[in-house]
Design a binder for this molecule. Structure first.
Ligand code: NAD
Length: 370
């Protein structure tokens, strides 16, 4: 069974196809997009080791020639050195304007390769084949591409929509539990930002999603993608509503920077902690009930996700230091801190001018709990 979610963006519209066995049918899915039977696949070494043979076979069966590059795994890859390596490799492979590049991996590969496709010969088409839960529910959809720099996260990039997204749920079977949990942080985010019913469903079925139940995974990914696709279709370049997808991210990006984009904190883990903090901040501002933050934390904890600053191993900057790191986030407008806050589970909104001292107090207490 394949669920198809359209992303409606006029002449840049595309489909997200979600199901089992999609790596095996990649060749057939790609063929209609190709003007010549050759594709460049960019992946990372871990994904290459477990899934590249399967992908190569699928392309071979469809008579499509493949050339592949495997980058080192991990967030540190998402920077200038591996980006320029990727772009130059694509040029060496003589990838032309009408060719298609395949991004085969998690969000790191998807973001970097999407950006490479955006700038290569002023833009070539690319297809996302996400292999992590995070990439399937979030990063492969919506066309945000880019890399990190010394100044911060995702500060260089482009909006470049893929031509197709194929989320093969079966690929998740080889994903390490920690990465699965991190991806689940983004799944929960959708319930928290706009669908209380989905959050209820996750409370009932989240354990099955994590345990590998096929139907539960298919539903969780499909519902998440439906929500993202709908928001992106209405606000592609984040003039308004798309900002809601950043629930938890102002905190998350500061924490990722503080931990050096290392495996001390995975992006999805930071999102989970950030969501818990966003609910706590909302409650302090009198926006939501006391029960809402407790319920959020209880669910995240029940599934083994990080929820507190004390869940991050090693030193962190003090509250002032973390606040300064937030000031470098893209979501800062004219130096004012912009947060996604909530009135309840499923009711997020953009708050433009949150008082610094309140955030500082919250961070001070959160750090004291370490
Ligand atoms: N563009 C967007 O809209 C958007 C949205 C959310 C997150 N992101 C970005 O996504 C990135 C995080 O993505 P991620 O969590 O997928 O990390 P990732 O790409 O680093 O993948 C996590 C790890 O899992 C491994 N892996 C991937 N698929 C596997 C599989 N099927 N089996 C075994 N191992 C596998 C990878 O090699 C890596 O070690 C961050 O850089 C974040 O900023 C982007």
């Amino acid at each position: 069974m394949v669920n198809v979610v359209p992303v409606d963006l006029g002449d840049r519209s595309y489909e997200v196809r979600i199901g089992f066995g999609l790596i095996d049918t990649l060749g057939a899915e790609l063929a209609p997009l190709l003007t010549r039977r050759k594709v460049a696949v960019v992946t990372d070494e871990t994904v290459a080791a477990v899934h590249l043979m399967q992908l190569a076979k699928s392309l071979e069966n469809a008579g499509i020639a493949m050339t592949a590059l495997a980058l080192p795994p991990g967030e540190a890859t998402k920077g200038w050195p591996q980006f320029s390596r990727c772009v130059e490799w694509l040029l060496e492979q003589k990838i032309e304007r009408r060719d298609v590049v395949v991004a085969f991996g998690g969000g790191v590969v998807g973001d970097l390769v999407g950006f490479a496709a955006a700038v290569l010969r002023r833009g070539v088409r690319f297809v996302q084949l996400p292999t992590t839960l995070l990439a399937q529910v979030d990063s492969s959809v919506g066309g945000k591409t880019g890399i990190n720099t010394a100044q911060g996260k995702n500060l260089v990039g482009a909006f470049h929509q893929p031509s197709l997204v194929l989320a093969d749920i079966g690929a998740l079977d080889t994903l390490p539990p920690r990465d699965l949990r991190a991806g689940y942080g983004e799944v929960v985010k959708y319930g928290l930002l706009g669908d209380a019913g989905f959050f209820d469903w996750l409370e009932q079925n989240g354990a099955a999603v994590m345990a590998g139940d096929a139907a539960a995974r298919l539903h969780a990914v499909t519902r998440s993608v439906q929500m993202k696709a709908a928001i992106v279709s209405r606000d592609e370049t984040e003039e308004g509503e798309r900002a809601l997808l950043n629930l938890g991210h102002t905190f998350c990006h500061a924490l990722e920077k503080a931990t050096g984009y290392s495996d001390r904190l995975l992006h999805g883990e930071g999102v989970a902690i950030g969501c818990a903090l966003a609910f706590a901040l909302s409650q302090r501002l009198g926006l939501c009930s006391q029960e809402a933050p407790s319920r959020v934390r209880a669910h995240l904890k029940a599934l083994g996700l990080k929820t507190d600053l004390s869940d991050i191993v090693g030193d962190l900057p003090d509250a002032e230091g973390l606040l300064r790191l937030m000031g470098q986030d893209k979501k800062v407008v004219d130096g004012r801190l912009r947060f996604i806050l909530t009135r309840d589970i499923g009711q997020a909104f953009v708050a433009e001018d949150v008082p610094h001292d309140l955030v500082l107090a919250l961070l001070t207490e959160a750090l004291a709990g370490r």
